[in-house]
Ligand binder design. Structure first.
Ligand SMILES: [Fe+2]
Length: 355
């Protein structure tokens, strides 16, 4: 029998996850035991979840090699993913069985495992729950379509252009920066197949599920609190200056963009203060701290969570500081907030006030 090894892993469940959804995560820990050891692993070994993590842990250490051969690494991860029957893994089976389309028009994302070196995420999409073009800064991604089918388009950043334009959107001045991107992949990926991106090739992608689709993705290294995903609008109508497969694109230059903050009277802030429930394992607490209003996301009301400062740009409307997330309080007849709605990446989530 293979060696057994006990390890501590971190599980991170998310409303979405950094860069994809709300970048609002909560962390719980749990322990598992591995039943296959890396030294006894070969390409025919039937592996379970813990053996999968063992192997991935070993492979992900190559990111510290200089230079890091990302092509080789992503091919190794691809091979590993293809050896796994994820729906048969107990932790994933539970996630699949408890699936609900909680956020219409948006993929459901669960982080199955997270450590500094890599993370493994499960995505479940309804047909048409499109993820627009976005990058994965300094990361590789190996995307395994477990079931269903997606159209995956991948681009590499070709050139940063100096052209910018300003737009005012929901009380925020956004500086749109132009660039060009080169299409390096445009294919339908069916269940049992894998799509790959590295830090330099195909790092920008979009995903369109053609039917209900499940994906298990490995990102290396893991998303960090300050990972700043860029969302691109790619003009796919025609090539840029006749260059084959090169398209113009635009993104928000966050450093040059700013919120036109208005001043709210301190007592007016009281109407927002309270606890809001997204779902059973996801709450938002709103409270005042001096003249500021703080939003805190927690898995339950007794646990400290991630803190975000809200910047008012109109009455009852805020931006989350340094995030592309808007928070709008829905005010009832008693001039108190009854719920709040978070807007991100073209979709929204509403949480009702519970106290
Ligand atoms: Fe992505």
């Amino acid at each position: 029998m293979d060696d057994f090894k006990r390890r501590e892993f971190i599980k991170l469940s998310a409303l979405g996850f950094a860069g994809i959804a709300l970048q609002l995560n909560s962390i719980t820990t749990y322990a598992q035991s591995a039943n296959a050891h890396f030294g006894k692993w070969n390409q025919d070994t039937a592996i379970n979840w813990d053996a999968f993590l063992e192997r991935l842990t070993q492979l992900a250490k190559t990111q510290y090699e200089i230079p890091w051969d990302q092509k080789q690494y992503t091919q190794q991860v691809k091979q590993l993913l293809l050896q796994c029957h994820f729906p048969g893994f107990e932790n994933i089976r539970k996630e699949l069985e408890s699936y609900e389309d909680r956020t219409p028009n948006m993929a459901e994302a669960t982080n199955l495992h997270m450590e500094v070196d890599f993370q493994v995420s499960l995505f479940q999409f309804e047909k048409g729950e499109y993820i627009p073009h976005h990058d994965h800064p300094d990361m590789t991604g190996v995307i395994n379509v477990v079931s269903g089918s997606i159209l995956a388009k991948n681009y590499s950043l070709e050139e940063q252009l100096s052209t910018t334009r300003e737009i005012i959107k929901n009380g925020r001045k956004e500086v749109m920066q132009k660039c060009t991107v080169r299409e390096v992949g445009n294919e339908i990926i069916e269940g049992g197949h894998v799509s790959v991106l590295t830090a330099h090739e195909g790092n920008i992608h979009s995903i369109m599920p053609n039917l209900y689709t499940q994906m298990v993705d490995v990102f290396t290294p893991a998303y960090k609190q300050d990972t700043s995903t860029i969302w691109y609008q790619v003009n796919e109508d025609g090539f840029s200056e006749g260059q084959k497969n090169v398209f113009e694109a635009e993104y928000v230059n966050k450093e040059l963009s700013e919120v036109n903050v208005i001043k709210l009277r301190n007592r007016k802030l009281n109407r927002y203060v309270g606890a809001y429930k997204v779902r059973e394992t996801s709450y938002l607490k709103v409270y005042k701290k001096e003249d500021d209003i703080i939003l805190e996301r927690t898995p339950n009301l007794d646990t400290p969570g991630m803190l975000m400062k809200l910047l008012p740009y109109e009455h009852n409307k805020f931006w989350v500081e340094d995030q592309p997330i808007r928070c709008v309080f829905n005010i009832g007849d008693r001039k108190e907030a009854e719920s709040l709605t978070l807007f991100v990446s073209g979709t929204s989530i509403t949480a009702n006030k519970i106290k």
